[in-house]
Design a protein around this ligand. Structure first.
Ligand SMILES: Nc1ncnc2c1ncn2[C@@H]1O[C@H](COP(=O)(O)OP(=O)(O)OP(=O)(O)O)[C@@H](O)[C@H]1O
Ligand SMILES: [Mg+2]
Length: 653
């Protein structure tokens, strides 16, 4: 919608156009306390610009009556008196007004752009900084995608509202007052006559406004439906599913149904609004005819000059626009405030995992890792998200309909890894292994107990330092859509090419990168060169080596590796873990064999611990896991792991 201007546009066009596209239901919305104060606070840095802007809006509103008044003089004092000099002088004055008006509009636009874009900049950076610092749990919420969409929309909506509601409303009020006063002074009888029809404008305006809002909502829902369908079918996974199980004809038909629904609403919307504006225009013309008639009779009787009659007619054309514009001012203002409120809602999200007020440093050198009576539950679905995202008609249904209490995933875990040692975590799928690794890097905070690194509670360490010292390689390592070099340097921006190659060499990934079309400059990631799962993990290992952490936390890929890449990954791991405290979620026999300690996790508890041979001899869960998971690897015929089909693990990116 054409909200960007803030041009005010005093009376020239139907400035009401904006109002009817908005949602009447927002007028009943209850604002959070303090919203207005916060909006005002946001405007504070722009005080000077705002004052200038509003001054120009008022000037623009006042200029509306200038031309009709000049017209009156032109006719009465110039034309009817046969005074050429006056005619020329007034024509020049009209030209002058036009130039001034153009200048006012230009400067006004410049100021509103400065204020609006400044506001967007401030809001955007604040929201980004805030969302970025949310705990990982926030991002695993399914609504994150729509959150981004909504934020973009709301930030821009808030900005547009700020400038255009301010200028639109103010300029409507100013023009209305100026036009009405002038008209009353010129002829109170004609003015009252013109005002008699006002209710005829306002009543249908409100009704049709509501109807248009309902249609607009429906159009939005149908459009979202259509868009959703396309995104789902046009991504690789969806397209694959259609090719394997669907038929193109069925897809075509379903899409056409949805597209037709959009088409139907579009037609109804167009007709409703056209009908509305046409009847308003017709009404205004009728009123003008009435004024001409009555005013003409008065002019014949000599109680009204011809110039005054013409001026009144001209002013009349500038009267009804502001009136209809202001009839929905409540909806305009509320729409604006609701956009702000949604942005504030995001800024008010509790930051979750936070840095301590007085961080304690980690001791230098190798670090021990300890979990002491750790109990943890993932936050329940639906918490930590935004209230305004729930109950969005266009959005996907949220899972929070029957809010469950958070379910405890870890129940009193005690584990200790000495500096430089290797702890292997094994256990059935869903046991809580990935969750344990996430807690060591403090991606979530524990509910009870403590996680200590180098003897210091992770909650007492600055997160930046913790993440420098504890390196994590998730199960499904992520690479940004960028070059290999840039992806590696994400861990250490100042690394030289030589260091990159050394890390790649150590991670058994150097040959692989050398074989790529552009070496280190090859773009990888979602839309770039596709690396296989094993290749990606080795590049991720190289990135870890560049960061050179003291503690390595690694979720071994569950996907089956062939024996060549298996050997490469093994070599890479040997280098990566040498001399470092390591916690590895182990899926490979070689890892568990070399572990200093194996902890068997089941149902959120450590049920067995010891070394490979001891645990085998005990004949418990480990012995079973060994038979089903690890032993087949010894015969080089590994089957897909049971864990491979699980839902997204918390560390998987
Ligand atoms: N983000 C999350 N929100 C809520 N529950 C989760 C989340 N991530 C994992 N869970 C739950 O926590 C439990 C432990 O999950 P975890 O990922 O730690 O298992 P795992 O031992 O790593 O399994 P696998 O071997 O399959 O990777 C599971 O019941 C899982 O459903
Ligand atoms: Mg896991």
């Amino acid at each position: 919608m054409a909200l960007s201007g803030g041009l005010g546009g005093g009376g020239s066009s139907w400035s009401a156009a904006r109002s009817y596209r908005q949602d009447a239901s927002v007028a009943e919305h209850r604002l959070a306390p303090g919203t207005l104060r916060r909006v005002a606070a946001l405007g504070r840095p722009f005080r000077g610009l705002l004052a200038g802007f509003l001054g120009l809006v008022v000037a623009d509103g006042l200029l509306v009556v200038a031309v009709p008044l000049l017209l009156r003089r032109l006719v009465d004092d110039g034309v009817l008196q046969g005074d050429r000099a006056t005619v020329v002088a007034i024509a020049l004055a009209v030209a002058g007004v036009a130039v001034v008006q153009a200048l006012v509009v230009l400067v006004q636009r410049y100021l509103s752009a400065r204020i609006g874009e400044g506001l967007v900049l401030d809001l955007r950076t604040a929201v980004f900084a805030h969302v970025q610092r949310q705990p990982l749990a926030f991002f695993t919420r399914s609504q994150t995608g729509s959150l981004v969409q909504r934020l973009n929309g709301d930030v821009v909506g808030a900005q547009q509202a700020f400038t255009s509601v301010l200028s639109g409303t103010l300029s409507n009020v100013v023009s209305l007052v100026a036009v009405l006063t002038t008209m009353l002074l010129l002829s109170w009888r004609v003015t009252l006559l013109a005002l008699v029809v006002t209710p005829l404008f306002l009543l249908p305006a409100r009704r049709v406004g509501r109807r248009l809002a309902a249609l607009r909502r429906e159009a939005m829902t149908r459009n979202a439906d259509l868009g959703q369908r396309m995104t789902e079918r046009f991504n690789v996974a969806g397209a694959l599913l259609v090719k394997l199980y669907g038929t193109a004809e069925r897809e075509d038909a379903e899409y056409a149904d949805r597209a037709r629904a959009v088409h139907d609403v579009g037609v109804r919307q167009a007709m409703s609004s056209r009908l509305f504006y046409t009847s308003l225009a017709a009404l205004a013309s009728l009123a003008t005819a009435m004024v001409y008639g009555v005013g003409g009779l008065l002019a014949v009787a000599g109680s009204l000059s011809v110039g005054t009659l013409l001026a009144l007619a001209a002013l009349l054309g500038r009267l009804y626009g502001p009136i209809t514009g202001l009839s929905n001012v409540q909806v305009d203002v509320m729409t604006a405030l609701v956009s702000f409120e949604r942005v504030f809602e995001v800024l008010d999200l509790a930051p979750g995992v936070q840095d301590p007020a007085a961080p304690r440093p980690l001791p230098p050198g190798p670090l021990a890792v300890e979990l002491d009576g750790v109990t943890f539950a993932y936050p329940a679905a639906g918490t930590g998200t935004l209230a305004s995202l729930a109950g969005q008609p266009a959005g996907p249904p949220t899972a929070s309909s029957g809010e469950r209490a958070p379910e405890e995933v870890l129940h009193g875990i005690d584990l200790r890894v000495e500096p430089g040692q290797l702890l292997a975590l094994v256990g059935p799928s869903g046991a809580g292994k990935t969750t344990i690794t996430a807690l060591v890097a403090r991606l979530h905070d524990v509910d009870r107990g403590a996680v200590r690194v180098g003897g210091v509670d992770v909650r007492d360490v600055a997160q930046a330092e913790l993440h420098r010292r504890v390196g994590v390689v998730p199960q499904d390592a992520h690479l940004f859509h960028d070059t290999i070099g840039a992806n590696l340097r994400y861990a250490r921006p100042e690394a030289t090419d030589e260091e990159l190659w050394r890390a790649l060499e150590a991670a058994s990934a150097a040959a692989l990168v050398r074989a790529l079309p552009e070496g280190l400059d090859t773009v990888v990631g979602d839309r770039g060169h596709r690396l296989s799962g094993g290749e990606k993990q080795r590049v991720a290992l190289a990135r870890l080596l560049l960061a050179a952490p003291s503690v390595v936390v690694l979720d071994e890929a569950t996907a089956h590796l062939d024996s060549t890449s298996e050997a490469a990954v093994q070599r890479a791991l040997d280098t990566a873990l040498a001399g470092r405290t390591s916690i590895v979620v182990a899926h490979r026999l070689s890892t568990v064999r070399s572990a200093d300690l194996i902890a068997v996790v089941d149902g959120g508890r450590v049920v067995e611990r010891g070394r490979h041979e001891e645990l085998l001899a005990r004949g418990g869960l480990y012995a079973t896991l060994h038979r089903t998971q690890f032993a087949p690897q010894a015969h080089q015929q590994a089957r897909p792991q049971e864990g491979a089909d699980r839902r997204d693990a918390p560390l998987a990116s």
